[in-house]
Design a binder for this molecule. Structure first.
Ligand SMILES: [Zn+2]
Ligand SMILES: [Zn+2]
Length: 291
């Protein structure tokens, strides 16, 4: 199985995320490395970094030994394709800062959405993203954390519903080895990849390989979809409670190609806050033969 886990809150310090993850049965975690709703945050304190590393090193998952695998998700404010100079500047600054935080924390993957072209068109948007990434990598030389470009539902002018977009970005940056892919099941389904069938699933993987090369998928987001195939709407549902259904998730979590890859839930928490714990139980109960 992949390393099943969830996006967990880092409120009260990122070390707390490890406790929260362990409490709900995570073999992998995703966190924000700063408040995701603001552009700037105060630097990480040395004691917060040490507390996080100690907690991660001491926390096994139910199916894996310590340390827990941890990835980060960048702020949703970031739009590397923005035609507005101020937003583009802030986006690059924020991404440099987040990559530095990941390196401080020893987190080796930072998930980011490619961006939205906001009317300037696909070609100009993809070009803006590649040049922004070049600048970000130049300003943080020698960084260890890879940026993991996520696929998107393609709502509005959002780029990255088609994996060719990721391919064009990786082929036009100066340091393609600093990029990887994070595939989100809800986004893929909303963008027209029919994960309900084995053929649809292989079609998605083939598109990822064609765009980015093999072994490029270094993280998954496991979300069912509130909306139907090709809806271009990004609304996550609990595993098995959406339009994708359990068979697709059985196929994915038992796919040997992703045996050691973090598979992160971003599903609704529900009124009792236990949605991720329930979804982890559901995923671990899926039969490989059903896939
Ligand atoms: Zn996602
Ligand atoms: Zn989403």
């Amino acid at each position: 199985m992949g390393h099943l886990g969830a996006h967990v809150s880092a409120a009260g310090g990122v070390a707390k995320a490890c406790e929260r993850g362990a409490a709900i049965g995570c073999d992998a975690l995703q966190v924000f490395v700063k408040n995701a709703n603001v552009w700037r945050a105060k630097p990480l304190a040395a004691d917060a970094v040490a507390a996080f590393m100690a907690a991660r090193d001491a926390t096994p998952g139910p199916s894996v030994p310590a340390p827990l695998a941890v990835i980060a998700h960048a702020s949703y404010l970031i739009n590397l394709a923005s035609p507005v100079a101020e937003t583009a500047d802030r986006s690059r600054d924020a991404l440099v800062d987040e990559l530095q935080r990941c390196d401080q924390l020893g987190i080796d993957g930072l998930v980011v959405h490619p961006g939205a072209h906001v009317g300037q068109g696909v070609d100009a948007g993809l070009d803006a993203i590649a040049r922004a990434l070049d600048e970000v990598f130049e300003r943080h030389p020698g960084g260890r954390a890879r940026l993991l470009l996520e696929n998107t539902a393609g709502q509005g002018t959002v780029l990255g519903a088609e994996l060719q977009h990721h391919g064009r970005i990786v082929r036009s940056v100066a340091a393609p080895d600093r990029l990887g892919l994070c595939l989100d099941t809800c986004h893929a389904f909303a963008a027209g990849f029919d994960l309900r069938s084995a053929d649809g699933y292989e079609h998605l993987l083939a598109a990822a390989d064609a765009a980015f090369g093999s072994a490029a998928v270094v993280a998954w987001h496991l979300n069912d979809s509130r909306h139907p195939l090709d809806s271009r709407k990004d609304r996550h549902a609990s595993i098995g409670a959406g339009e994708i259904g359990l068979e697709a998730f059985a196929r994915l979590v038992h796919d040997a190609r992703f045996e050691h890859v973090p598979m992160i839930l971003e599903t609704p928490l529900g009124d009792d806050g236990q949605g991720h714990a329930r979804d982890l139980i559901t995923l671990r109960g899926l039969d490989a033969r059903a896939a």
